[in-house]
Each structure stands twice: as C-alpha cells, then as structure tokens.
Design a protein around this ligand. Structure first.
Ligand code: KIV
Ligand code: NA
Length: 273
C-alpha cells in the first residue's frame, strides 16, 4: 500500500472508519503497519505503559524523540503522529514550533497536542510553520489533576457545550483531525456531525470517524486498563508462559538443544592444551 498523508486521512471521513493505534518501538510499529492501521501514534501514554511512570506528566521531549525515532525506523505506510509532551507547547509559541519541528525532522508526519480553544493561537502557529496538528479534547490526561482524575467528560450540558465549542474552534485553528477521549457518546456524535475534519475516539462511543487504542491495552500487556479498552489477546500470559518454559528448560537441561563444535584436529590439540 502507499504511504498515507493527512489528506488521505481527511478523505476517510464519511467513507471509511479510521483505525489508529499507539506504538512506541520498531517491532510493534512494523506489526501494526503490516496489520494495515491508518495511523500510528507515539502517544505520551508510553510514559505509563512502557516506562512505568505514574502519569504522563513525567514524559519529556527526550523520551518522545527516542520512541518516535524507533517507530519511524519501521518506515510505516500509516500516518505517524507524535504526542507533544506536557509543557512542550504551553508556555511559548517559539518553543511549541521548535519542539513540534523535532518530530517531523525524525520522520513523523504530524504532531498531536492536548487542549481546547485556549490553544488556538499555539496551533495556528504550528500549522503555519507547515506542521500538521491533530487535536485532543475530552479527557486530556496531562490535565488529570485539574480535571479531577481520569473521569468521563461531558455528562452535563455545560461540559458538553464547552467540548462542542472547543471542537469548532480547533477546526478553525487548522487541525486535520481530532481525538475525543472518554466523553459521553452524545458529545462525540454531535461533534462528529458538526465539524468537517475526522474525529478519532477513545472511550467516546461508536459515532465517530475512527477509533484509537493504546496497543498495550488491546494486547493485554498491563495489569490495569481503562474500562473503554478491549483486550484482543492476553499477551501477558503468553509472554509469562514462554519465559517460564525457557526457565524450566534451562533448569532441567533441555535447553539448549543445538550447539556447534570445533574442527576435529583442532579439537584434539585443544583438549591437550
Ligand atoms: O497517549 C496516548 O496514547 C493518547 C491516545 C490514547 C489518544 O493520547
Ligand atoms: Na497522549
């Protein structure tokens, strides 16, 4: 298949459901791409699911850049999007442009940042620099302390209305697509009908232009997953079984079965040395 561009993704609205998944390294990016996903996101969720940090607040540019490089080394045909980590875009427009440019230099196709209409100017500046931006509203994990935890957003009229207004403002700022995380489904549905760019949802119901999931959640790699995640395989048990089989085989001498020896004459010489 051919390399996907933001135009291809935008054209999927009303045509085909957009399939997005996170990846953080070379082998899983390759597998996700072989499976034919449309978008690979190097999410700052990597802080929690890969690096063992307590939240995404601990993730900085250095981690995001290393993992972006690893994913880009797989040369995905999928659109590659990198998350802007906490405090990489909030406090200065120069910093926001500079940091987002680093991802494109490594091979990413776009960046994603969390936030509503308060980031309109920041987004406009990045987009005007030639860097495609994906928005992210609803539950924005970088603001979990302010939000009051990882809770469902938009259950009441005011929150729902604010989300709709944010979506409209963000579209106006030039984003090419919008992630809507863990909102009441009616909110995601209304936004999807109202804006002309694709919505990509996680935990916000089926009435969106696409879905995104954290790869570790669908593979069953973690001890904890959010309620909206679906496990398609219990990879954790599969991996544990493989490692414990290896352990018993080493302990009982069954492994290794294959090994290689010296040339006969040299072997004799060596045995007498
Ligand atoms: O960091 C991440 O994985 C994300 C997705 C859940 C949208 O932002
Ligand atoms: Na994220």
């Amino acid at each position: 298949r051919k390399k996907l561009t933001i135009r291809d993704i935008m054209k999927m609205k009303n045509n085909k459901k957009i399939v997005a998944i996170t990846s953080y390294d070379y082998p899983t990016a390759k597998i996700a791409d072989e499976a034919g996903v449309d978008i690979i996101l190097i999410g700052d969720s990597l802080g929690m699911v890969i690096l063992g940090y307590p939240s995404t607040l601990q993730v900085g540019m250095s981690e995001m850049l290393i993992h972006t490089k690893a994913v880009c080394n797989a040369n995905p045909k999928a659109l590659v999007v990198s998350d802007m980590p906490f405090m990489s875009y909030e406090y200065s427009k120069e910093k926001a442009i500079l940091n987002s440019s680093k991802f494109l230099r490594l091979g990413a196709d776009a960046i994603k940042l969390e936030g509503g209409s308060e980031y309109k100017e920041v987004i406009k500046n990045i987009v005007n620099s030639g860097i495609p931006v994906m928005g992210h509203i609803g539950l924005t994990p970088q603001k979990y302390k302010q939000i009051g935890g990882y809770r469902l957003i938009g259950k009441n009229y005011q929150e729902a209305k604010d989300l709709l207004d944010d979506a409209i403002q963000l579209e106006d700022s030039g984003i090419f697509s919008l992630v809507i995380e863990y909102t009441a489904y009616e909110v995601a549905k209304r936004i999807t009908e109202k804006i002309s760019i694709p919505t990509i949802c996680i935990g916000s119901g089926p009435y969106c232009d696409g879905q995104i999931m954290v790869i570790n959640d669908i593979l069953g790699m973690g001890d904890y997953s959010p309620e909206f995640a679906k496990r398609y395989v219990d990879l954790k048990s599969i991996i544990r079984n493989a490692i414990s089989n290896y352990k018993s085989e080493v302990e009982n001498g069954k492994f290794p079965e294959k090994y290689w020896g010296m040339k006969d004459e040299d072997k004799k010489k060596f045995e007498n040395s």
